[in-house]
Design a protein around this ligand. Structure first.
Ligand SMILES: Nc1ncnc2c1ncn2[C@@H]1O[C@H](COP(=O)(O)OP(=O)(O)OP(=O)(O)O)[C@@H](O)[C@H]1O
Length: 225
């Protein structure tokens, strides 16, 4: 599936100026895009608008020609078929890995849930971890479970906000590669936010450089950095 974003604008209620000023881009099926920029440039805000946690004051987003937001339309986040992975993993600490992953699979029957659980645990190479709790896993393993949980409902689009920021640098490098191979295997269109050039270089097909809410450059990492 492809995405077309046109002319997004956004301001937080208590901010004086627009945090996103003009955000437009097209993303093709299976592409991995990174949004790169300094702290405060609006990266997380752009992601929050795309997944429906914030409502833009102008602009539109289409998925495969279906409008999910514009002046007259707004698809709720839970109906957008998007998977999200945020910086702090956000696994439910009181739930086992199995429960964490099955949480988003309410529309499936229990046999389907079991099958999907098995599939995604294999995908992230953590078979046999079903009965563990998040605190019994390493940071990198938790990160992979967060990814498995986001992928389990087979989203159209995967959004990742600084997915490596909580990991030490050795682990960060390994997880980057793993994450890329998992996303490529799942063939899922993805957007990830980072302030680390190396993340963009290692994984992204194209990089969006954001500065004070405006896209100042879009291109392949090798042409941009
Ligand atoms: N809930 C909010 N209310 C008001 N202003 C906000 C809110 N969240 C973020 N901002 C402001 O919007 C701007 C963009 O923030 P955003 O979190 O999108 O930046 P970012 O590029 O993701 O930064 P970082 O790399 O530090 O996470 C910043 O100036 C920030 O202070």
């Amino acid at each position: 599936m492809s995405i077309k974003i046109e002319g997004l604008k956004f301001k937080y209620k208590n901010s004086v100026k627009d945090v996103i000023k003009d955000f437009s881009m097209e993303i093709s099926n299976g592409e991995i895009i990174s949004i790169f920029g300094e702290s405060g440039s609006g990266k997380s805000t752009a992601l929050r608008i795309i997944c429906g946690l914030e409502v833009p004051s102008a602009g539109s987003i289409k998925i495969d020609d279906k409008i999910i937001v514009d002046n007259n339309n707004f698809t709720l986040p839970e109906n957008r078929q998007m998977g999200m992975v945020f910086q702090d993993y956000a696994l439910f600490p009181h739930m086992t890995i199995e429960k964490n992953i099955k949480f988003g699979l309410k529309h499936m029957n229990s046999k389907e849930k079991d099958n999907r659980l098995k599939e995604v645990l294999e995908l992230v190479d953590l078979k046999g971890f079903e009965k563990r709790y998040p605190h019994e896993l390493s940071g990198g393993q938790q990160q992979r479970i967060a990814l498995a949980r986001a992928l389990a409902p087979k989203p159209d689009l995967l959004l990742l906000d600084e997915p490596f920021s909580n990991l030490d640098s050795d682990l960060q490098e390994r997880i980057r590669k793993e994450l890329e191979s998992i996303i490529r295997k799942a063939n899922i269109t993805s957007i990830f936010v980072t302030h680390d050039k190396e993340d963009s270089k290692a994984i992204a097909d194209r990089v969006v450089i954001l500065k004070e809410g405006e896209i100042v450059n879009i291109g392949k990492p090798k042409d941009i950095f």
